[in-house]
Design a protein. Structure first.
Length: 591
């Protein structure tokens, strides 16, 4: 079968379905998609709310809790521990399939009737203020993270301790403001660096000790601005940088940003991988257009935030010993043959499910555990199930769901955005595809006004003392007005408080208090990463220097003094200002 060019029914742009894509769709028996990859990803992300939490009450016990479902969402919410118990009837919301109405209408009604847990947390201790976490202790405002202790204001972290403000970090201890870093201790303000100690402002570095403001370096100690110092000189020089001052820290950040722009970037961070495209990928094989893959990704495409995944397409939060998954969010974990799933794990042969676990042979189900052969939460025999499912699939093709924008959803499409229990600006779609309220409405998505906060700001961020040493304990009783004041598109909380262990951390590390709320700080870290998208690129090395003459090469290159002929797929857009080198030229310049 040859590749084909299609027109996305959402954005109207052309996209290509390759021959191997058709082979995958045939294998799992679904029609090819009618949305382009970007629009498919954006649509999936509207089904995952991580950071927007509300106060609520358990519909079964009346217990107060925090929940990811707003009071306006019409979702029946149980306390998580009660939901996982056997004290209620999972099948009480069951219903017969109605062949006179579109499937997604019926699914949405079931979604509003079947109880769901208030948060997607597992085994968390004193860590209620967070969501999509597992095995965490004493964590505060942490999201999508696993096996952490004493962690705050972080997302996508594993095995962290005594740290704050991290994004996608593994084995970080006593660290602050780091992204895409691993095996670091007392490291701050760093990106894409690992195996480092007692350093700050590292970019694409490895095995660094006692270093400041370095990029593209390996196995170094006592370096500042990529320049070597003796141990004694370093200690004297480092004392000139007092990051306890907010002004000094802010000015240094600007200087560092200007500094790293003069150095080449690797076209993609793809390590120990074969036949792989994307970015932030490790130990992958035959993985195409994949991002943030943390090992074991094989024969897969369009996967984001994935691990130990095989033969799967189109997912966010995908894998963990899983295979044959298609169009899912937060799905996998010891599972196989998933199609169109959200928050579904340890299952087999399931389609169109939300919050289903340890089950098999489900179609159009919500909130089931340890069940099999169910449709719209109704139990069937094996024979009845296998007879009815093909009829429903055919019905979905003959009577598609049409949303408010005229987009058609037949069998083979992920859930419509307007069926989601979340508004666009509550979800991580707003993180990776940010839109203002007007554009959200124009696109046919739902906007939800943030709930009015009852706290009163007692001090504006701009009026805080400049230096952390001048911040007294009374700051713990203050409500600080975020500098963005709720006017940005960053899910701004408008105001924030400093908690005791946070203040102790700033004082001990001599780091100035932030002036933004934790959500806005999270968005600042997001802005540092490249998008989940690829462009055709050409190496910008011209022999002696980069093609913009900003960087002078220091190593020997295979193309000598001629321009590098290498091309690649990269997440750096053509109009970006960074100097982008191919793998060979980049490695020649790593110090």
């Amino acid at each position: 079968m040859n590749s084909e060019t299609k027109v996305c029914q959402n954005c109207k742009n052309a996209f290509v379905i390759e021959a191997q894509d058709f082979e995958f769709y045939q294998k799992i028996e679904v029609p090819p998609p009618t949305f382009c990859p970007d629009c498919r990803l954006q649509r999936r992300l509207t089904w995952r709310n991580e950071r927007t939490l509300y106060k609520g009450k358990c519909a079964a016990t009346g217990k107060d809790f925090l929940t990811m479902f707003s009071p306006e969402s019409k979702i029946v919410v149980y306390n998580r521990d009660y939901w996982w118990s056997d004290n209620w009837d999972q099948l009480a919301s069951s219903r017969d399939y109605d062949f006179s109405r579109p499937f997604f209408e019926q699914f949405q009604e079931l979604l509003h009737a079947a109880p769901l847990p208030n948060l997607a947390n597992t085994n968390v201790v004193q860590s209620d203020y967070g969501n999509h976490n597992a095995d965490c202790k004493n964590c505060y405002l942490v999201y999508a993270s696993f096996t952490n202790e004493n962690l705050s204001y972080s997302s996508g972290c594993m095995n962290g301790r005594d740290s704050m403000d991290l994004y996608t970090a593994d084995h970080a201890e006593s660290c602050y403001e780091d992204s895409f870093c691993a095996k670091i201790n007392k490291v701050s303000f760093s990106y894409d660096s690992e195996d480092s100690l007692n350093s700050a402002f590292l970019r694409s570095c490895k095995n660094m000790n006692d270093c400041l403001a370095c990029i593209n370096m390996r196995n170094k100690s006592f370096h500042i601005w990529n320049q070597a110092y003796s141990k004694e000189e370093y200690k004297k020089k480092i004392g000139e940088y007092d990051f306890g001052s907010y002004k000094i820290l802010s000015d240094f950040k600007k200087e560092y940003e200007s500094f790293i722009k003069r150095y080449p970037r690797r076209f993609a961070s793809i390590l120990r991988s074969v036949n792989t495209t994307g970015d932030i990928m490790t130990n992958a094989k035959n993985a195409k257009y994949c991002f943030d893959g943390y090992g074991g990704i094989e024969d897969s495409k369009y996967a984001v935030h994935a691990v130990n995944l095989k033969d799967s397409y189109d997912g966010y939060g995908f894998g963990a010993n899983a295979e044959l998954l298609y169009e899912g969010v937060d799905s996998g974990i010891n599972g196989s043959n998933y199609k169109f799933t959200v928050y579904t794990h340890t299952c087999r042969d399931v389609s169109y499910t939300y919050c289903c676990h340890s089950s098999s042979h489900l179609f159009g189900c919500v909130g089931l555990r340890s069940k099999e052969y169910c449709i719209l939460n109704k139990q069937y025999s094996k024979e009845e199930y296998e007879k009815l499912v093909p009829r429903i699939i055919q019905h979905m093709k003959e009577m598609p769901y049409c949303d408010s924008q005229g987009r058609r959803y037949e069998y083979g499409e992920f859930f419509p955005v307007e069926v989601s229990p979340f508004a666009y600006n509550e979800t991580i779609a707003q993180e990776y595809f940010p839109l203002n309220q007007a554009k959200i409405a124009t696109a046919g998505f739902l906007w939800r006004d943030p709930m009015e906060k009852k706290h009163e700001v007692t001090v504006m961020a701009g009026n805080l003392p400049d230096h952390v040493k001048d911040i007294g304990d009374d700051i713990l009783n203050q409500v600080i007005g975020c500098e963005h004041g709720g006017t940005c598109t960053h899910q701004c909380m408008a105001a924030f408080k400093v908690i005791p262990n946070e203040l102790e951390f700033y004082r001990k590390a001599n780091i100035a208090l932030p002036r933004l709320c934790s959500n806005c700080r999270h968005y600042e870290r997001l802005a540092m990463r490249n998008p989940f998208r690829l462009w055709k690129g050409k190496c910008q090395c011209e022999g002696k220097n980069s093609n913009n003459k900003a960087y002078q090469n220091t190593g020997s290159h295979f193309h000598d003094l001629n321009p590098c002929p290498n091309t690649f797929e990269t997440s750096y857009a053509p109009d970006r200002p960074e100097i982008v080198y191919c793998e060979q030229c980049y490695q020649a310049e790593v110090v």
